[in-house]
Design a protein around this ligand. Sequence first.
Ligand code: FES
Ligand SMILES: [Fe+2]
Length: 401
Amino acid sequence: MDNTGSPKTHFSGSVANLTAKISVEDKLSQEYYDAVIEKVFKPSWYVLGNLNDIPTPGRFFVYDVPTFNMSVLVVRTEQGVNAFHNVCRHRGKKVVQTKCGWAQGNAGVFTCWFHGWAYGKDGALLNVPDEMAFRDFDKSKYGLVPIKVEVWSGLILAYFGDGEPQPLKEWLGELYEGFEDYYTRMERIATFSADVKSNWNWAMDSFSEGYHTVFLHRNTQPELTGKKNPMRHAPIIDLYGHTVRTSGVANPDYVGPPAERALYKHGRKLSPAVETDYSELPPGVNRTRYTPWFFDVVWLFPNFAILNGPHWVSTLMIWPIDKDHSRVITDHYARKARHAGDRLAQAYMRGLLVSVTREDLSAMEDVQYGLSSGALKHIHVSQQEIVLQKRYAFLEEMIKP
Ligand code: FES
Ligand SMILES: [Fe+2]
């Protein structure tokens, strides 16, 4: 217990090299940005989606990745999942058009509507209109360029670096086990994407602690704190190599507004309702069965977080666009709906979380404005913001010469 009345956090794992004082100027420099992209972002795995986004052969999505100026076509096949550069082998147009960096659909054949070249689910070039007009041309050598992709616990991860990646099992480490079919029980209910004027670090920082929620989200989520934990201290924080898992505390006296009460009474209790039945959770979610529990957060550095709730999951991806701009993508998932009550509950969560995220976006742009002025040489963060400390220590370790 500390002087706010909030309980102390149990930390496990390595706190070596962590510092509460974080320098600012270097994070805003082009040199730091270039080093981080080269040494951290390139050799990382990225969660692009859930198998349930593409449940049957032919279902696909296209995901534009601004950090690498890349468009990725991910398609379900009879054998599993394939990923390709969404770049036509003729003259390089995107084969599938994207809107706001995204597309999805169902197709057996992908046709580029510039000159009609057509590709199969395995990336093979199937048809070239007027093929006879091409000299010395071997169609079998002009399939879509593949991207390395793997599935972990129902989530689809891609690797964009050169050469062989670190095996996914090793890369995920302690988090590899423990989630079973948890993610594939969910269906996507919303996606929210925004390009913001903020360095990607400040964007990540904004989502890396519960401290801000007491104040920034006081209007959209007013009852998150309980009397026994007014500052929402996390009960458990597990610090691994480049991943972190935290358990987030709930307010046991949470009531919620009347509309929310009605909707969550007739459908599953989604965020921010408090669920006390943990019987269907896999061992990796709320691993100590802490109560009153709200949700866990799993961070996969450098730029991804998964919020694991009792019947819902939200993912958060921050893509650097350049050193002063980022793309923030949040995907919300809920347990598959059983009836109209569940659908209404999903609609409520969708609406609420979009409002909450807007508050975060506005804060990170204000931080960019403040820090880019040069007024502060460093920031000083608390033990409850240790995920920031851990991520900055990880970046330092990775980029040091
Ligand atoms: S660029 Fe795709 S068919 Fe020509
Ligand atoms: Fe927030």
